[in-house]
Design a protein around this ligand. Sequence first.
Ligand code: SF4
Length: 352
Amino acid sequence: MDFLNLIRENNERHTVSKEELGPLLEQAEKTYKKHFPLTAYFERSIFINWTCSIADCKYCFLSTKPRHDPKEKPTAIRSPASILAEVLICKAMGWRVGYITGGLRVESIEYLSNLISKINQITGEKTMMNFGPYTKSEIVKLKPYVTGMGSAIESFDEELHNFICPSKPLKSLMKFLQNLQEEGLQKLITIILGIGERKEDVEIVIKKIKEYHIEKVQLCFLKPQENTVFDTVPAPNPNYMVWWIAKIRIACPSTEIKVALVRERMEEIELYLKAGANGFSRFMVFLDFNSQYAQELEEGCRRVGRKLEGKFTEFSEIDVEKLVEELPFDEKLKQKILPKAKQYYNRLEKRK
Ligand code: SF4
């Protein structure tokens, strides 16, 4: 089958009329208000590497990078000091750490446990991981450090999934969700709109959210990546995302919904929140702090009566040296974290 053509055709059919959206939005907003407070949050995704041992999912940026050989020592990984510094500044600014993420099966489980336990010491809570499927025994080893784990589910259609992710079978993702459920961990799924789903597939997604008791859903748009087969596939229209949020909100009232918020779609924040989204990710906070985008974000939240957690336009002085000094880590690590934390802080300071 010509899957690429099918994806293009599906994306062209992804239209939602105002008449269709209006009543749905009203119902979704009511449902949200019944189950959640009038707030909105930002969750920073913390990337820990730039390589993947799978590296052939057709839409993914990491499929354009050299594949990591699990037998080799990983090279394209970020230093723990840089990761911890970013977490520290996020915490100081009131931004949540959504999860740590990156390519799959790059670091050892021991390395990850160690890193996550340090992140937890900074945030004061357990962290979420979003890399893709781990085996049951790996989940058991990571369980003491994490609230839960997640994965992108590229499609619930096995054939299409095999086309998009030839080395990451749908079955392994379903097994992963089942294992997380058995271990009592939270489950996060990421649905990327525009990579082959049809509008009616929202029903399958809703069915799976209920079946696997998914606590959190992250909705993203295909962002066509250069040098992938998707680079000329058009992303679906904005109302389509709003429609998906509203449908999921109404059918799954207490599931958290997070949307990927990019510059080009900033003005849609209001609609996303009305449709029942709890929060958002992907906002380039260190680049767009106190920018027109940050202002649009705050205004959008205000207009729908949601209080936005954290600071996006208001700069507050932080004593970075003191923050780092107070960390419960050895001196050597603190010395490595300090310059990195200053770099992150300076990026914000420049934009004050
Ligand atoms: S496993 Fe994840 S990170 Fe790796 S190529 Fe696939 S989608 Fe990208």
